[in-house]
Design a protein around this ligand. Structure first.
Ligand code: PEP
Length: 246
């Protein structure tokens, strides 16, 4: 049985004043022990967020494939660990778009994070043009093929299906389309790592999840939680999503 996971991605938002929201979200997480809740603030807030999170997992939003070196502005898995993170997102579509990251990069980052004991949320998802061309399924399968580590298992690895055109737009796929991609994603994992291990891996949906649509999305087969951007920035918007998952 896969426990639901609701993870917040604050992206490039949040300063010290935002820590009150972390504390309120952590309180809601503690009040809903039947699910997992995690929050990925900007790197500058990881350590102070850990201090107010009361044990709720705090994560990074990216992680370099190398442990250290001449990579200005980047953050490594040992640094995330040192700051108190227990997980990290890799392969987010904004990094694929803004930093030209590939599925192979996401694979290497996931492997580095795991090497250092961090849990991983790895994102895949098609563009609007790819969906309109009828290629969404093939694109997601190819991304999974190239980015999921061979030793992935549910104890540390989570996949997030995030159609790029749904991120931050207020638009979501139909529930049927979400069900279809999640089923295809799990089948693809099965061919790569075996059905038993694939069944243990959580597949989150991400893209314009809100308190209003969370319950119906989270009820879809093979949807094991949500990765939430904009609606995770305040407890007022994020807590209803946590409660819908619980
Ligand atoms: C995200 O950034 O992963 C995301 C899903 O964003 P939003 O919820 O704002 O669409």
């Amino acid at each position: 049985m896969r426990r639901k996971l609701v993870a917040g991605n604050w992206k490039m938002n949040g300063v010290t004043d935002s820590l009150g929201e972390v504390a309120k979200i952590a309180k809601a997480a503690a009040a809903n022990p039947g699910i997992d809740v995690a929050l990925c603030p900007p790197a500058t807030l990881i350590a102070p967020a850990v201090a107010v999170a009361g044990g709720m997992p705090i994560g990074g939003q990216d992680c370099h494939e190398n442990d250290s070196g001449a990579h200005t502005g980047c953050i490594s898995a040992p640094m995330l660990k040192d700051a108190g993170a227990t997980l990290t997102i890799v392969g987010h579509s904004e990094r694929r778009a803004d930093q030209n990251e590939t599925s192979h990069d996401a694979w290497a980052k996931a492997a580095a994070a795991h090497r250092h004991g961090l849990n991983v949320i790895l994102c895949v998802g098609e563009t609007e043009a790819e969906r309109n061309a009828g290629r969404a399924e093939r694109v997601v399968q190819a991304q999974i093929e190239k980015s999921v580590p061979e030793d992935a298992e549910g104890s540390w690895f989570t996949l997030a299906y995030e159609p790029r055109w749904a991120i931050g737009t207020g638009r979501t796929p139909t529930l049927e389309d979400i069900a279809s991609i999640h089923a295809i994603a799990r089948a693809k994992l099965g061919t790569m790592i075996g059905d038993d291990r694939a069944q243990g891996i959580r597949i989150l949906y991400g893209g314009s999840v809100t308190g209003a649509n969370a319950a119906s999305i989270l009820a879809v087969d093979n949807v094991d939680g949500a990765l939430v951007g904009g609606a995770s920035l305040t407890a007022e918007k994020f807590v209803p999503i946590i409660e819908a998952a619980a």
